[in-house]
Ligand binder design. Sequence first.
Ligand SMILES: N[C@@H](CCC[C@H](N)C(=O)O)C(=O)O
Length: 302
Amino acid sequence: MADMTQTREPREWRFTKGHGTENDFVLLPDVDARLDLGEELVRRLADRHAGIGGDGVIRVVPTASSDDEFVRAQADRAAWFMDYRNADGSVAEMCGNGTRVFATYLRREGLETDDEFAIATRGGIKGIRFEGDLVATNMGPWRLAEPSTAEADGFDALVQLRSDGVDDEPWSALSVDMGNPHTVVALPESVDLAALDLFHAPQVRPVPPRGTNVEFVRVLGDGHIAMRVHERGVGETRSCGTGVCAAALATSFWAGHDEPTQDWTVDVLGGRLRVRGLLNHEVELAGPAALVADGVIDLSTL
Ligand SMILES: N[C@@H](CCC[C@H](N)C(=O)O)C(=O)O
């Protein structure tokens, strides 16, 4: 049984299930900010066997009602806060695919009515723009996590897959901060992206202080890459929006550009996303979002 002291609330709660390129989320509307979303409750909701199932859980809450002072300070620019949690119950600063699903939910529910609006996240304000079937998110500023090492070598980390006691050669990687941490691996030509076993968390050196999402990249052509990802707090997922941006930015950096000079198409297991460099060292992510189910869950059954 879940620890029901986490909810000061009736046990029945509305939810919506959605995904962005098959990175899937349980959305919990909390317009009165009554739901105390603890780690255990998140884990149980995200459980694919005993709960609803998802890579993450997103609480939809007024920005002004957040208990996080940094988030509350965004209330004059964004009415709604995307309170994102990973499937293991941990809190993350940002979720790129989540922003599109969250924005699509806000529009469907009439909580936002324009084609363009801002949302609040723990990683700051993100601008949303609906364009046809796609949703574009201004992901805001990005940065190299270790600029001096990266500028000197093109890489600042090593990544190794766990392989049943047999140590593989470590691969060179670049740490990119998208609000949340990423380590992007330049996969050697000889390695088959599709064959990687990403069941276990890759080992990253130096050990990132906040943990990291790890992306594996294969260049397919001019402005076109394929990526697989092991997400912090989740495991392998079929897509990661912040990871897709980090992968495109790292590939661009390795090609000698401090800012991306072209648009990138990124293929992930769950579909295709577009990354575009913006002015001021910012980056835009565009892709689809789908809301696939609505229901009511009795939280006491989890
Ligand atoms: N899937 C998300 C990223 C979710 C957070 C990540 N696992 C972390 O802990 O940083 C995306 O689309 O960006």
